[in-house]
Design a protein. Structure first.
Length: 497
């Protein structure tokens, strides 16, 4: 065991990569699913062990190939990305049992082994982005996760998924290009790709090349902003979530955008923020303005959507706005709220999309007009949807309330009462679109089309119940989620220039 522990950072990425290769070689759905399930359940064990080591002994630095940084690639784990690693790994493990029935229902048999191959490849890419300490290596993993995501979206039977995947590919390619141009500027300015080393060398370069540094910041912001669906760079997300297979929507909504948000936070606070004083640039004002637009406009669009998956997709754009609002506030309470909402939104949105995936499995539709009375036929599933929906609104006793409470405190710390009203107002809009679904599902008579619907099989139901329970639990006991977010925010803000 002592020989394995030092290599956990590498195993966090290598195991799902090898699992993806084996799934491709197996070529049969059942063994591929079993392998993907085993790998998924192993990943949170490794992530939890890494996070525990960080809590006990501080950041972990792992040198790939024995080459010491900054010359070699470094995997570096601190409190922030340990938190993200555990989130991504835990979500993958929690939702994996749901995949057997859902994937079998929505994806042709000949493609299912490739589906699990692409999933493990995407998981490896997301974990790699979170753990690497090398800016270019992050680009490599970003492309691994993105390319596999495009395939996952396109694998379903819905032909609209092909167009959605192509739109995502185009926007994702533009975002990756912008990101790598920004990293190229940083390399020209500092001669390094190691994130810690770049932060140390970038400060002296500010006096001689301020425009180049601002250009690098702009390119990285635009590139990562496209990946995380920062408003108005979100145009790929609604179609991708709405037309992808249900399980893919769950996984991407809970992990992919969260990892991209982590990457933006890492660049803002651990690289640029260490080198230059942000108050010399209008970064905070731009981020806050775009966040408010996302919170209000995306929520209003969701109110008028008739497709529940598309409604929840626009809700994700709005919820990303809450996270980036915390980044823009850049104070202890605000940044804590943004970081804890990375976790809370992943839990709540995964529960919502799982519930809707189960509805699609039983009823064959997610069109709101065709789901009258579905709550009476699928009471457990819709009960979890109701709980997670209340979480999106920010109802006390749910995880969503904790996030918005911290964000409101962050706004008050700045003396911005109007921003608190915006947070409350956008939450009321969320109540409208969540309420539309609940009214139709619970208060109307069941239609003949769903007369035979019932709660899904136990392997699908257990992940739904688990995430529904987590929505309540992390709204009551915040010691772990908000505690780590608060400590991470303190460390990030303490390093600012």
């Amino acid at each position: 065991m002592t020989t394995v522990l030092p290599h956990l950072p590498a195993l966090q990425v290598v195991i799902p990569l090898l699992g993806a290769v084996l799934c491709a070689l197996l070529r049969r759905p059942a063994p591929a699913f079993g392998l993907a399930l085993a790998v998924s359940w192993l990943m949170p064990v490794i992530a939890a062990a890494l996070l525990w080591q960080v809590i006990q002994g501080g950041p972990i630095s792992y040198h790939m190939g024995g080459w010491a940084p900054p010359w070699g690639i470094e995997y570096r784990v601190d409190l922030l990305n340990g938190f993200v690693l555990l989130l991504v790994a835990a979500v993958g493990a929690a939702i994996m049992p749901f995949a057997w029935h859902s994937v079998g229902f929505e994806i042709d048999e000949g493609r299912r082994a490739w589906f699990y191959c692409m999933y493990l490849l995407c998981l490896a890419g997301l974990l790699g982005i979170a753990i690497t300490g090398d800016a270019f290596n992050a680009f490599v993993f970003l492309e691994i996760s993105s390319l596999s995501s495009y395939v996952l979206i396109a694998l379903g039977r819905d032909r609209r998924a092909l167009l959605a995947s192509f739109q995502y590919l185009v926007m994702g390619t533009i975002g990756a290009t912008f990101y790598v141009i920004g990293v190229g500027f940083l390399y020209l300015l500092t001669g390094s790709l190691n994130m810690v080393d770049i932060a140390q060398r970038l400060g002296p370069a500010w006096a001689e090349h301020p425009r180049a540094i601002v250009a690098a910041l702009a390119f990285v912001s635009a590139g990562v902003g496209l990946k995380l669906a920062l408003f108005p760079l979100h145009v790929w997300l609604p179609n991708a979530y709405a037309h992808a297979p249900s399980w893919v929507t769950v996984f991407l909504s809970a992990t992919a955008t969260k990892v991209a948000i982590y990457l933006l936070i890492r660049f803002y606070f651990s690289i640029f923020g260490v080198a230059i004083a942000f108050d010399t640039l209008p970064i905070a004002q731009i981020v806050i303005a775009l966040s408010i637009a996302a919170m209000v406009i995306a929520s209003l669009i969701a109110v008028f959507e008739s497709d529940v998956k598309r409604m929840l997709a626009y809700s994700s754009v709005a919820q990303i706005g809450y996270i980036t609002l915390g980044i823009g506030l850049a104070n202890q309470a605000g940044l804590t709220g943004g970081l804890v909402h990375v976790f809370n939104h992943a839990v709540m949105k995964a529960a919502l999309f799982l519930a809707i995936g189960a509805v699609f499995y039983r009823a064959g539709t997610v069109n709101l007009a065709e789901l009258s009375g579905i709550g009476r036929k699928m009471p457990v599933t819709l009960a979890v949807f109701t709980i997670a929906g209340f979480g999106l609104v920010g109802t006390p006793g749910t995880a969503g309330f904790i996030s918005k409470w911290y964000l409101a405190l962050g706004a008050l710390d700045q003396g911005w009462w109007v921003l608190v009203l915006v947070i409350v107002g956008s939450s009321l809009i969320a109540m409208v679109y969540v309420g539309r679904v609940l009214e139709i599902a619970w208060l109307r008579e069941p239609t003949p089309a769903i007369a035979r619907a019932s709660d899904p099989p136990l392997p699908m139901l257990l992940p739904i119940l688990l995430l529904g329970a987590a929505t309540i639990y992390f709204g009551i006991d915040t010691q772990w989620s908000a505690g780590i977010a608060e400590a991470s925010a303190q460390a990030l803000l303490g390093g600012l220039r």
